[in-house]
Design a protein around this ligand. Structure first.
Ligand code: ADP
Ligand code: MG
Length: 592
């Protein structure tokens, strides 16, 4: 593993320690165990090659792929058929595995594609359907697969043809699988996966396209599963379709669930435990499915976060109670060094009705670069809906939104970040299970340079991206006054603090337009004052700020222009002084 500056931090060493411990046990196993243990160890290593890839799909991206045994089957048959030379002339082993990885990657995407359209449950069923189809084809296509009789698995040359030799090879494969999955997990891709899982709307607003993100993950997961399949065929020495049971699929899935979502160590321990468990309970072999299910129930009920949560001691420490948000607006110019060209945001005659309710009824708004534009109005007057139209979540029935004269395509919210439009949400949308710093880094996803392959193999670009993102996120956190909480899981923060984390995340884009949806809700009066200073300073960087608020005084103090909405219509628009003296506004809203 390349030693970066990162690897020398005590926190990094602490997080590597459990992996080293497992590695030491694995390396010592041949010196203390017999051939029986060689088989179990080999099996655990092979399963992990599959689970490490599947973990990115299930544990990180939250996609319920439960029929993954199908890809193990595909890999086992492709390698065995090519190595046996019954259909084509015999192919050298490395090529057999390369072919299996290729076919597995292809099938990985085919199985995964429905996830882009189907809701979780239906996707889970579609992966199961695929598993059934693969088994049926293996049974029926006798001339190639040997049907129910099966065929011999590939044989490795010395020194890998002994029990411990093959164990060593599989251990190497498992280590490599761990390394590449960790490279992805600890990168903008890994953080984006978790964002898609836990905060998909915010992920889109930060420029993350679920489809573009998931396709390389499905390719990788499929390739890793198929390679595991080839090794599995060698371990079995002979494969038949009934070696690839539904139980196995469930086992992979449960290993990830009991391991804990968004962790690598947890599912690794889960895989090892679930491989050994049926052996330890050999007399109970016929009960193994029952045991898996029971174990799953216990974990889900007692420790919903899985093993990863059990061993996460750091996040059980109390966070300091005496904490105040003190932004440092002076740091903002550093964040806006590479700003998109300033551009005005306009809404022209936007109409949007939900059934009978006209949430927006001909709304015109212009937000100019460098000015704070207040959007006020009673509850339900259409403020959030206006932001959602700009974000692209809704297509207006009439009128349009534009930035710098270009229309904003509706239905493509993931394009907004690239156009320099950032936002926060009325109800904060953070990844509760990730640290504050990681949440802010999600905001910089689209500025990463290293591609998927470079990240997978930890080429220098990945390290550069990570250092750059971390430095910028740290600066953004300092600017909003939350740097003391950088290492705390976002779910443990108070609502007011979460709003500031969202502002920091939005600042990562160095946006031309920043939309804030009721950022002052739940703040103390001191904090509101400081928030006002921060927003004013953001506008000074040339950013057009569209500020939705309830607190009228707060708005009047920092806005240059104010638009008042009432039942989807613009009741009044003008300077704070004009609004303050607008009779209808005073009667209907300000109530003074
Ligand atoms: P505000 O942010 O000003 O409090 P909203 O923009 O959230 O108001 O809502 C404006 C109106 O549109 C409300 O009557 C609300 O019930 C309705 N509305 C908003 N979103 C939806 C939706 N997705 N489906 C149906 N009605 C909606
Ligand atoms: Mg609202």
């Amino acid at each position: 593993m390349a030693i970066s500056e990162n690897a020398l931090k005590p926190a990094t060493i602490a997080s590597l320690a459990p992996f080293l411990a497992i590695g030491v046990v694995a390396v010592l196993l041949p010196f203390v165990g017999n051939d029986y243990w060689a088989v179990i160890g080999t099996r655990a290593a092979i399963y992990w090659v599959l689970v490490a890839g599947l973990n990115l799909i299930v544990g990180f991206a939250g996609q319920l792929a439960i029929g993954y045994v199908a890809l193990l089957t595909v890999g086992a048959y492709v390698t065995s058929i090519l190595a046996a030379g019954t259909v084509l002339p015999p192919v050298p082993l490395p090529l057999c595995f390369a072919a299996a990885a290729g076919v597995g990657a292809l099938f990985g995407v085919l199985v995964g594609l429905p996830a882009l359209r189907l809701r979780t449950f239906y996707f889970a069923i579609s992966t199961l359907g695929f598993a059934t189809i693969v088994t049926q084809i293996a049974l029926a296509w006798r001339s190639v697969t040997g049907g129910g009789v099966g065929l011999a698995g590939p044989e490795f040359p010395p020194p890998f043809n002994t029990a411990w030799g093959f164990y060593g090879l599989c251990l190497g494969a498992a280590s490599f699988a761990t390394w590449i999955s960790a490279n992805i997990a600890h990168s903008r891709f890994g953080r984006a996966l978790v964002a898609v899982r836990d905060a998909d709307v915010a992920a889109e607003a930060n420029g993350i396209s679920k489809a573009i993100l998931l396709i390389p993950i499905f390719l990788l997961g499929g390739a890793m599963a198929a390679v595991a399949g080839g090794l599995f065929a060698t371990l079995q020495t002979y494969i038949t379709p009934d070696a690839f049971t539904f139980d196995l699929s469930i086992m992979f899935f449960i290993a990830i669930l009991i391991g804990g979502r968004g962790s690598i160590l947890g599912p690794m321990i889960g895989t090892i435990v679930l491989t050994i468990l049926p052996e330890a309970a050999a007399p109970l072999a016929s009960w193994s499915t029952f045991l898996y299910a029971a174990l799953l129930l216990v974990i889900v009920l007692a420790v919903p976060g899985g093993i990863a949560d059990l061993i996460d001691f750091k996040n059980r420490r109390a966070i300091t109670e005496e904490r105040m948000i003190v932004p440092k607006p002076a740091l903002l110019p550093q964040l806006f060094a590479h700003r998109p060209t300033p551009a005005a945001l306009t809404l022209n005659g936007v109409v949007l009705a939900f059934g009978g309710v006209r949430a927006l009824d001909g709304v015109d708004i212009v937000v100019r670069p460098g000015e704070v534009h207040g959007l006020i109005g009673p509850n339900g007057s259409g403020k959030t809906t206006a932001l959602n139209v700009i974000s692209g979540y809704y297509a207006p029935q009439e009128g349009e939104a534009r930035i710098g004269g270009d229309p904003l395509p509706a239905g493509r919210p993931e394009l907004r970040a690239g156009l320099g439009i950032a936002r926060t949400f009325q109800r904060p949308r953070l990844v509760a299970a990730e640290t504050v710093l990681e949440n802010v880094m999600i905001g910089g996803t689209i500025s990463g340079r290293a591609g998927f392959l470079a990240t997978l193999l930890s080429l220098p670009g990945r390290g550069r991206d990570e250092r750059e993102l971390e430095a910028r996120a740290t600066r953004a956190l300092q600017a909003v006054g939350l740097e003391a909480l950088a290492g705390v899981k976002a779910g443990r923060l108070q609502h007011g603090e979460q709003r500031f984390v969202e502002i920091a995340r939005a600042l990562m884009l160095a946006p031309a337009i920043l939309m804030l949806d009721e950022p002052a809700a739940g703040l103390s009066s001191d904090e509101i004052r400081r928030l006002g200073e921060l927003i004013a300073e953001i506008a000074k960087q040339g950013v057009g700020v569209l500020l939705v608020e309830h607190h009228a005084d707060f708005i009047f103090e920092i806005c240059r222009h104010v638009t008042v909405l009432d039942q989807g219509r613009v009741l009044a628009a003008g300077t704070p002084a004009e609004i303050r003296s607008h009779r209808e506004v005073v009667d209907a809203y300000l109530g003074r």
